[in-house]
Design a protein around this ligand. Structure first.
Ligand code: WT7
Length: 568
């Protein structure tokens, strides 16, 4: 029997107080995610249960009980507090998927500071805009990433501490740098956890839009109420599960469901800190007897490419429930997984902004391959007419996905950008920025994004950010960046550029520009192709017509360009 039981029964009189009750929370109480993920589980008698199984890049292994993660959170928290870091301060976690990232997250939350996880493959420019916007006070990082921080520290007046968790003493520490070793620190048994309340900020995740700089999505400790129940009902996490979420905590899936979900439920989770390989992934599942697996369509499509033979080499019989998020999960992938694993991937839809799963295929639900499923109980999801912003009643008619605001894990604002936050609401609806249809049975079907943001392998990339970075290259005069179709990643970044006088259109220059973006922004944002143009198509007012280039890439009818020309 799954945790949710019957969806139809659960939606009838649903109330989030179900979650509050299970967590022993009452309105006005102290609520601290760090405490809920470790101390509370220990108090429930699971102190010696394994919380965390970790495997590193070179095959290193570490294992932690709930008591170990409780102590580690205290120890890191008390170290940060000793530096003078206090509630509300932003502390960036800039690490590979090493234990300190997960344990540091708990430590930051335990002192009431705001955890700002950033993807460790980010280049200095991506890092800079996000630290500058958040006025981050401390960054916790590794030796291998500190160079990027050094490049930008002088232009970040709010950044006081660069904490290196694996300093080996070989090279001297530089300005603002300090060494902290979890292994050598005295474990802190007794710790005064900061009494955060429901609306105290917890996590700041940056997400990319079409225009402007990335936005800091502010979440609060009350988000736990949503993350707890969605992971219980959708991921169906149960006491004896071994759970694997393949997402990096630099992105919201990796925190909401890669830290908070399993640990607040007292469930064992494992983490593999390596790049993708079908063999390594299947081997990991077999070795740790993973039961619940939360992954992403690009990974699933890559596994499909590796073929059924790769599956057959491993004993994957422990698996019992599979779920996916981040980009459209095509019907073929669902059918394939049912065939080779005997289990269908259950698609889930949500966003950094929503903090938790919004639309989903529940365990036990009749899956329509290719559909995102139905709203989680307590979530009112509709399709709005793009013109009138009224809900569309007719089935199968595309429009904008919108939700009735007020679910627990919803973002509270964009950091320092209340205006953009407000612009997300129309007629009392939160606009997701995605388009979909709802069929006669109430299932949602993804149509596409309502903006120019590129979703490459489940990661959002802002064309604006890439275009701006391209202009910083000495050879580039103008740039336009769009998505290009791709078999595995669904979309990849493609750039069109015109060159400055004196530069030649060569393959060598293309590689140089690609590398320039990779270093500055990230490997995800790096264009997979750069096409040289003599002129970029522009509107009469001189605005580059990205949409025309996009249509060309996707073999779509460009239609009437005179309307495109006037279109902003
Ligand atoms: C965007 C949110 C929260 C998960 C990680 C991504 C796209 C997400 C699906 C899905 C089709 C999906 C949407 C959404 N997306 N899930 N099941 N089917 N598209 O968080 O980086 O904020 O991205 O990812 O476009 O708006 P994010």
């Amino acid at each position: 029997m799954s945790n949710i039981g019957s969806y139809e029964e659960q939606i009838k009189d649903f109330d989030w107080s179900i979650s509050e009750k299970e967590l022993g929370y009452k309105d006005g109480d102290v609520i601290n995610i760090g405490w809920y993920c470790s101390d509370r589980i220990c108090e429930m008698g699971k102190a010696d249960k394994t919380a965390f199984i970790w495997e590193g890049f070179g095959g290193q292994k570490k294992q932690y009980t709930f008591n170990d993660i409780r102590l580690a959170g205290n120890t890191i928290g008390s170290y940060l507090r000793g530096l003078g870091i206090k509630d509300g301060d932003r502390v960036c976690l800039f690490m590979d998927r090493i234990p300190e990232l997960y344990l540091g997250f708990l430590g930051v939350l335990k002192i009431g500071a705001i955890a700002q996880p950033l993807f460790s493959a980010f280049g200095d420019e991506s890092l800079h805009v996000r630290l500058e916007n958040a006025e981050t006070r401390a960054i916790i990082t590794q030796r291998k990433h500190v160079k990027k921080v050094r490049k930008i520290r002088d232009s970040l007046p709010h950044l006081e501490f660069i904490i290196i968790v694996d300093h080996d003493g070989k090279k001297p520490l530089q300005e603002k740098e300090i060494a902290f070793s979890l292994k050598d620190a005295d474990p802190v048994e007794e710790f005064d956890i900061f009494p955060t309340k429901a609306e105290s900020p917890s996590v700041l995740h940056y997400t990319s839009g079409t225009t402007g700089q990335p936005k800091g999505v502010k979440h609060v400790h009350y988000s736990l109420i949503g993350q707890y129940l969605t992971s219980k009902w959708v991921l169906d996490l149960q006491d004896d599960d071994i759970y694997w979420c393949t997402a990096d905590p630099g992105w919201v899936t990796g925190t909401s469901y890669g830290i908070i979900a399993p640990w607040s439920l007292g469930v064992t989770q494992c983490v593999l800190d390596t790049g993708f390989s079908a063999d390594a992934w299947y081997g990991f599942i077999a070795k740790h007897r993973v039961t619940v697996w939360y992954s992403a369509p690009t990974a699933i499509r890559s596994l499909m490419k590796a073929g059924e033979e790769a599956v057959l080499k491993h004993d994957l019989s422990s698996l019992r429930h599979l779920a996916s998020v981040g980009e459209p999960l095509n019907a073929e992938a669902v059918i394939w997984s049912e065939k080779v694993f005997g289990l269908a991937f259950h698609d889930t839809y949500w966003q950094t902004e929503t903090g938790a799963i919004m639309l989903t295929n529940f365990p036990g639900m009749n899956i329509k391959p290719g559909s995102m499923g139905k709203p989680f109980p307590g979530i009112t999801g509709v399709i709005l007419d793009p013109e009138t912003h009224e809900p569309i009643q007719e089935p199968n008619k595309p429009g904008l996905i919108a939700f009735k605001p007020g679910w627990p894990s919803m973002m509270r604002t964009y950091w320092n950008n209340e205006e953009t936050f407000q612009s997300k609401f129309v007629n009392g609806w939160y606009l997701s920025g995605d388009r979909a249809t709802i069929d006669q049975d109430g299932y949602f079907w993804f149509v596409g994004r309502d903006d120019d943001v590129i979703n490459t392998g489940g990661h959002l990339v802002s064309p604006f950010e890439v275009e701006s970075a391209l202009l910083e290259h000495e050879a580039v005069a103008e740039s336009a960046v769009v998505a290009k179709p791709d078999d595995v990643n669904m979309e990849v970044v493609k750039a069109f550029v015109t060159l400055k006088p004196g530069f030649n259109q060569s393959a060598e220059l293309e590689l140089k520009i690609m590398n320039f973006i990779r270093k500055k922004l990230s490997p995800l944002a790096m264009p997979q192709e750069i096409e040289y143009m003599d002129n970029l198509p522009k509107t009469r007012s001189g605005k580059i017509m990205r949409r025309l280039l996009h249509a060309k890439e996707w073999g779509e009818d460009i239609g009437d360009t005179s309307t495109l020309e006037d279109d902003d």
